[in-house]
Write a protein that binds this ligand. Structure first.
Ligand code: DON
Length: 577
């Protein structure tokens, strides 16, 4: 077994070859025991960029067999639930932003919901302090999963039967697939945690270390997927699967009930759309902060000479950092599930408001988060982590971000059902001003309440040019999601970068609190020094984001790029040499 780097953008995995009958999709062309991974594809007919080569390939195969981008997005998400258990899921939730072939823009919310028995102070001890880890690990961390409801809602725009879209995932779970090096390392790292937070042995546990090329088989998961195939959403939210979830809750003192599951609904939302330099940006509205943050940040820099400053110049990074600081301050104060809290959705993105927000921006001088607070909005307001980018030649463009929250979610697998539950409850503000896992603070707007959806940072996004798809983009990364998407867009529109450069080049992140600029290791040393001189605290960290981007080129072909920060793969069909 060996891992071969063939070129900068093409990686091939050669694993012990198994019998051909184990090929996904009964005689289909995707071989889960031997597969290549492309980081970039330029194609004519359809493209998928996702976190795992097998999932991207399955999406493409679905389009080749007559499906559209919605079919592909559904099949890719289901495949990710098997081959990418750290984030791909059926026990979590997500958001979809899409443009249909008829020119409609849509947004689907299948975010997890707080169970009926949840309450505002459920993660506090008797002294009123947040109990560390309680909202992150184990049964109590899980919100009511939304993914399966979301997939069935998005079937409205699909063309193939659901049974065909889920079959590759069933095959992968039943017959297994070989692990990449990264996945093996990550499962090994997880062993102690799995032992701690599970009441039954899981498919991810092993007595000796996982290694690249090992086959991971998930029989319980394949049976759950079959129940969903045969019974629709009820195969998850009712019957045997629901019973297994509730039994798991009982064994682990969790609070999700049969009623919580039965009452879960995915919701169609109006996309958060705005104009940036002639492009229509279509983003996710509440309960994700993604679209709003993107709107605020892009508008705060739109009238500044970013192209003159240049990519990763100290001036550009400073300006964008100050925009990020101000947007995230508003996130902490004003953003939450708009069905539960009066989010000042219009006021926060009003041009005059955003201009006012940038009035105290001083080029060359670091702002300060104890001085720069959430904005002052008019009192009266009118009512109101894994990413997949897919495109097809009919004009459908689908941008989906879905998550368990942290890697492997709550680390709790539903016994007998084989899937991990999310730890999305940590995205609520457990106590005003106390940071969550991603360091985000919040208050009333994002307090826990039964049936409420926790505020997200996920930002599945589309850019349209003259109403037609131009860019499909998104990323995981917790609170760094909107800043990663912001920077990818600016890199393409303002700095004129290639899609590859826009995705691969080093990123930075500021989220108001803590008052620091996070930078990737490869961030230029000289720019870092210049920022420090202006008064910024710079903190080096691991990769920021794993962006999947598909850009439509002037000749109408698709340039799909998968981030080089992971196993991510960009596949398509009818390649252009
Ligand atoms: O919804 C959110 O904002 C988070 N639960 C996303 C988590 C995430 O991106 C994890 N990936 N690194």
């Amino acid at each position: 077994m060996r891992l071969q780097i063939l070129s900068f953008i093409t990686i091939s995995f050669f694993f012990a070859c198994s019998s051909t009958k184990n090929i996904v999709g009964s005689n289909g062309p995707v071989n889960p025991y031997q597969y290549t991974s492309l980081k970039k594809s330029i194609v004519k007919n359809g493209a998928v960029a996702s976190a795992h080569p097998l999932a991207s390939k399955i999406g493409v195969e679905i389009m080749k067999s007559g499906g559209n981008a919605f079919d592909a997005a559904i099949a890719t998400q289901l495949a990710l639930a098997v081959v990418y258990p750290g984030a791909g899921n059926i026990g979590g939730g997500g958001f979809m932003v899409a443009r249909t072939s008829t020119g409609e823009t849509i947004a689907l919310d299948y975010r997890e919901m707080a169970p009926a028995l949840s309450h505002r102070d459920m993660y506090l001890d008797a002294a009123g302090n947040v109990v560390e880890g309680k909202s992150l690990n184990g049964h109590l961390a899980a919100g009511v999963p939304g993914t399966i409801a979301g997939l069935f809602e998005s079937m409205k725009y699909a063309t193939l039967p659901f049974a065909k879209l889920i079959q590759p995932a069933i095959d992968l779970a039943q017959n297994g697939f070989v692990l990449t090096q990264r996945e093996a390392v990550s499962l090994n790292y997880l062993q102690d945690t799995l032992a701690k937070y599970n009441t039954m042995r899981t498919a991810f546990q092993k007595n000796i270390a996982w290694k690249v090329g090992d086959t991971l088989t998930q029989t319980d998961l394949s049976n759950t997927l079959k129940r969903i195939r045969d019974n629709g959403a009820a195969g998850f939210y009712e019957g045997a699967t629901a019973d297994l979830i509730v039994a798991e809750m009982k064994r682990g003192s969790g609070i999700i009930t049969l009623n919580d599951l039965k009452n879960y609904t995915a919701k169609w939302r109006t996309p958060h759309s705005f104009n940036y330099k002639g492009y229509t940006v279509v983003g996710m509205p509440m309960p994700s902060s993604g679209g709003t943050l993107l709107h605020q940040m892009l508008k705060m820099v739109e009238d500044k000479p970013l192209p003159t400053y240049g990519f990763n110049s100290a001036m550009a990074v400073q300006l964008m950092t100050e925009a990020e600081r101000r947007a995230y301050a508003d996130r902490a104060e004003f953003m939450g599930d708009a069905d539960f809290y009066k989010v000042p959705a219009t006021g926060m993105v009003a041009d005059t408001y955003l201009k006012e927000r940038m009035k105290d921006y001083q080029p060359g001088v670091a702002g300060n988060s104890t001085v720069i607070k959430p904005g002052v909005l008019p009192m009266k307001e009118s009512e109101q982590t894994t990413h997949i980018s897919v495109i097809d030649k009919q004009g459908n463009a689908v941008s989906v971000t879905t998550t368990l929250n942290n890697g492997y979610g709550s680390k709790t697998v539903v016994g007998g059902a084989g899937f991990l539950l999310n730890d999305e409850m940590d995205d609520f503000s457990a106590k005003p001003g106390v940071p969550n896992f991603y360091g985000a603070v919040g208050g009333e707007a994002n307090a826990i309440a039964p049936g409420k959806r926790m505020l997200s940072s996920m930002a599945p996004t589309l850019l349209l040019q003259n109403g037609k798809p131009f860019l499909v983009v998104g990323t995981p990364g917790g609170t760094t999601i909107p800043t990663s998407v912001f920077q990818t867009i600016v890199n393409i529109i303002d700095f004129g970068m290639t899609t590859e450069d826009a995705v691969y080049r080093p990123k930075f992140h500021h989220q108001w609190l803590p008052d620091q600029v996070d930078v990737e290791k490869t961030f230029p040393v000289a720019v870092r020094a210049a920022l420090e001189k202006m008064g910024y605290k710079i903190v080096e960290r691991g990769g920021i984001g794993r962006v999947e981007a598909i850009k439509v080129l002037p000749d109408g072909s698709f340039e799909a790029v998968a981030d080089n920060r992971g196993d991510d793969a960009a596949e398509g069909y009818t390649p252009i040499p």
